[in-house]
Design a binder for this molecule. Structure first.
Ligand SMILES: Cc1cc2nc3c(=O)[nH]c(=O)nc-3n(C[C@H](O)[C@H](O)[C@H](O)COP(=O)(O)OP(=O)(O)OC[C@H]3O[C@@H](n4cnc5c(N)ncnc54)[C@H](O)[C@@H]3O)c2cc1C
Length: 192
């Protein structure tokens, strides 16, 4: 019987090469200090998403770009948002809001503090028999239109991303769409 000996040039492990888009080493420890402790003291632990997986998950949107935020925050109400804006002003750290994350040019990315304004901002109320709708900015446009459909109405902007894009993102991006003309492209909405 002939024993086969493996060819060492084929079986030797190849030196591992880091992927060109690998996250830098600091990400492994999550949000750096003292930022992490300051934000936990400000908003509470459950509003501060500081793990490596949070940072990597929110580093991409629908654009071809990637930017790693230092932390992702999910404030729940106006009082927390006011605290957060005060902190940003005092510490001179920019905040970037992220709603559906369907922007195509990196608008929902930052290397600073990313604020999730979708998760806890999804209330909507139809008023005046469907003539007016009072919404929070994190509700999905298609969901508002589904509520308005009972009254034979819809909002003007009509992006093809309506089932994911949220009202805040639609307004901030001045979104349009194939079926909306200039006369109907501006939503007329009061804050919720
Ligand atoms: C498949 C696909 C189809 C698309 N089709 C269209 C189209 O037909 N027409 C069109 O115009 N666009 C289109 N887009 C682009 C994009 O979907 C729209 O611009 C959409 O309105 C963005 O909404 P969003 O909730 O995803 O916002 P995000 O991408 O999360 O954010 C958009 C911007 O709004 C800001 N923002 C978000 N929430 C708030 C808030 N509460 N207060 C202040 N600022 C806020 C963010 O900081 C960011 O600058 C498409 C994208 C995809 C992926």
């Amino acid at each position: 019987m002939t024993l086969l000996s493996p060819d060492p040039t084929r079986t030797a492990p190849k030196a591992s090469i880091a992927a060109p888009d690998r996250a830098p080493d600091w990400v492994a420890d999550g949000t750096p200090e003292p930022l992490r402790s300051e934000l936990v003291a400000l908003l509470g632990e459950d509003r501060v998403h500081a793990r490596a997986i949070d940072i990597v998950r929110y580093a991409s949107d629908a654009s071809p770009y990637r930017m790693l935020p230092q932390v992702v925050l999910a404030p729940r109400d106006l009082a927390e948002m006011v605290k957060l804006l005060g902190y940003a002003r005092r510490s001179r750290k920019p905040l970037v809001f992220r709603a559906g994350g369907t922007s195509l040019n990196g608008q929902a990315q930052t290397s600073s503090i990313l604020v999730d304004v979708r998760r806890h901002w999804q209330r909507a109320r139809i008023e005046a028999g469907g003539e007016r709708v009072r919404v929070q900015p994190g509700i999905v446009l298609g969901r508002v239109n589904a509520l308005l459909a009972r009254h034979g109405r819809r909002l003007g902007p009509d992006p093809a991303s309506s089932d994911i894009a949220c009202i805040g993102g639609v307004i901030a991006n001045n979104s349009g769409g194939m079926r909306c003309g200039a006369a109907r492209s501006r939503p007329s909405m009061a804050p919720a």
